[in-house]
Design a protein around this ligand. Structure first.
Ligand code: HSE
Length: 407
C-alpha cells in the first residue's frame, strides 16, 4: 500500500478520492500497489463522507508520518498553502498541486526545496485542468525549444465568448449565464480580468524557459469590453474573439501577455468553444502542437493531480527532466509595447472613407472591413508596433474598439 494525504478537501481535493476509487485497477497497474488516502487536512469536518474519519486539523500529523510519500495540495491561494507545501518538501514528501496562484508566485522556491530534498514538486493540474500540456512540453517536446505559446486557458471566459458568438449575447448576459451554471464566480474578476490566465501563461512560459516572470511584467487586459459588435466584426473578418494567454520566446528573452484577440478561423484555437481550453505550442522542429480538453472542473482537474501522484509513485517523475526554475532576471521579459500587431479598429464616423484614409496614413496601411454597421468605419491595420499604436489611438476621434489580431 502507498499512503498519500490531501490538504484542502474542496472540489478538487474531493475529486482526488473519487478518481483513485474509480481508477483503482489502472492506478495499481502503474504504481504496482494500491494508493490509500491516509489523511485529509481541512478546517472542516466531513461527517457524511466515507473519508470523514481521516480528517485531521494539524498539518504536522502528515509531515511527521514516515508512511506518507506524496501530499496533494488542493487548498488554493498562497498562504498557508506555501508554508504547508514547504513543510512537506523539507520532510521529504513529494507535493503535487492544482494551485496555479502558488506555482506562479512561489514555484521557484518550491521547486528548489524539492530538489534539495530529493523529492518532486509537480503541478500538471495548475494549467489546463485535465490537459497534459505540462508533461507534454517537459518530456515529449524535450528535444525541441519552444518559440511561442497561445492558449485559451480560462474556461469561464471562453464560455462567455462562445455565448456571445453563438447566441449574440452581451457580455453581461453571457456572464450571468456562466454564473448561473456555476462556471463563473459571484465575483468574476479573476477570470474576466485575466488574472487566472496570467498565472497560467506565467507557468507555461516557465515550463518552456525555466524563467518565471514577475506578474508586473506580464501584460494583462480585461475581456469585459468585448461587445456583440466586436463578435460580429470578427465573424466578418473570418474568425472569432478569444482571450489568449501568449508568450513569444527568444533565445534570451520572452514577451508574455494576456488579452483578447481576433483569432482567424484557419487557427484551430478558433474552434475551441464553451468551457474547453486549447493550448498551441510552437517550436522550430516540431512546429505547432495543439493541446485540447477540459481546462477546469472537479474530475478532469483531480485526474491531473492523480496523474502526478502516479508519476511520483511509479518513479516516472524522478526519471523525467527535473524543472529548475529561476526568477527571470531584469531585461529577460520584453515589454509588451515592443510587440507588433495588426489591429481591428471600429470608429464611429459620418465619413467612413475619410476616416479610413486618416487611419491608413497614421498606421502606414489598413484594409476596410466590409459590411460595417451604419455610422462606423471598421479597419484592419497593417502590422504596427504596440507602442506606436497606443500613441495613435487618442488621435482617432470616435474610436470605440481596438482588438489585436493573432498572428
Ligand atoms: N476559473 C478557472 C477557469 C478554473 O474558468 O478556467 C480553472 O483554472
Amino acid at each position: 500500500m502507498k499512503y498519500i494525504a490531501i490538504i484542502g478537501f474542496g472540489v478538487v481535493g474531493g475529486g482526488i478520492t473519487e478518481v483513485i476509487e474509480q481508477n483503482k485497477a489502472a492506478v495499481k497497474r502503474l504504481v504496482g500497489d494500491e494508493i490509500y488516502v491516509k489523511y485529509i487536512l481541512d478546517l472542516r469536518e466531513f461527517p457524511d463522507s466515507p473519508y470523514g474519519d481521516r480528517v485531521v486539523h494539524d498539518v504536522n500529523i502528515i509531515a511527521d508520518d514516515p508512511e506518507i510519500s506524496v501530499v496533494c495540495e488542493t487548498m488554493g491561494g498562497v498562504n498557508p498553502a506555501f508554508d504547508f507545501s514547504m513543510l512537506m518538501l523539507k520532510n521529504k514528501k513529494s507535493v503535487v498541486t492544482s494551485n496555479k496562484e502558488l506555482v506562479a508566485k512561489r514555484g521557484v522556491e518550491l521547486l528548489s526545496a524539492a530538489r534539495q530534498a530529493g523529492v518532486q514538486y509537480l503541478f500538471e493540474a495548475s494549467v489546463g485542468g485535465g490537459i497534459p500540456e505540462i508533461r507534454g512540453m517537459r518530456t515529449s517536446l524535450a528535444g525541441d525549444t519552444v518559440s511561442g505559446i497561445d492558449g485559451i486557458m480560462n474556461g469561464t471566459t471562453n464560455y462567455i465568448l462562445t455565448r456571445m458568438k453563438k447566441d449574440g449575447a452581451s457580455f453581461d448576459e453571457a456572464l450571468s449565464e456562466a454564473q448561473r451554471l456555476g462556471y463563473a464566480e459571484k465575483d468574476p474578476t479573476a477570470d474576466v480580468d485575466g488574472f487566472d490566465a496570467q498565472r497560467k501563461i506565467m507557468i507555461l512560459t516557465a515550463v518552456a524557459t525555466d524563467m518565471m516572470a514577475d506578474e508586473g511584467d506580464v501584460y494583462r487586459e480585461t475581456m469585459r469590453n468585448i461587445t456583440p459588435l466586436d463578435m460580429d466584426a470578427a465573424a466578418r473578418f473570418g474568425g472569432t474573439v478569444k482571450l489568449l494567454g501568449s508568450a513569444r520566446i527568444g533565445e534570451d528573452s520572452a514577451s508574455v501577455f494576456v488579452c483578447p484577440f481576433f483569432v482567424p478561423s484557419d487557427c484551430p484555437l478558433s474552434f475551441v468553444d464553451d468551457v474547453y481550453n486549447g493550448i498551441r505550442v510552437m517550436s522550430p522542429v516540431t512546429a505547432d502542437v495543439m493541446f485540447y480538453g477540459r481546462g477546469a472542473g472537479r474530475m478532469p482537474t483531480a485526474g491531473a493531480v492523480v496523474a502526478d501522484v502516479v508519476s511520483v509513485l511509479s518513479g516516472i517523475a524522478e526519471k523525467e527532466r527535473s524543472a529548475k526554475w529561476e526568477y527571470a532576471p531584469d531585461g529577460y521579459i520584453t515589454p509588451f509595447e515592443e510587440n507588433s500587431f495588426s489591429y481591428y479598429l471600429r470608429i464611429r464616423t459620418e465619413s467612413p472613407e475619410e476616416c479610413a484614409e486618416a487611419v491608413r496614413l497614421a498606421f502606414g496601411g489598413a484594409e476596410i472591413l466590409q459590411g460595417s454597421p451604419e455610422g462606423f468605419a471598421e479597419l484592419i491595420t497593417d502590422e504596427i508596433n504596440e507602442k506606436d499604436a497606443r500613441s495613435l489611438f487618442p488621435s482617432l476621434e470616435g474610436l470605440e474598439s481596438h482588438i489585436r489580431i493573432m498572428k
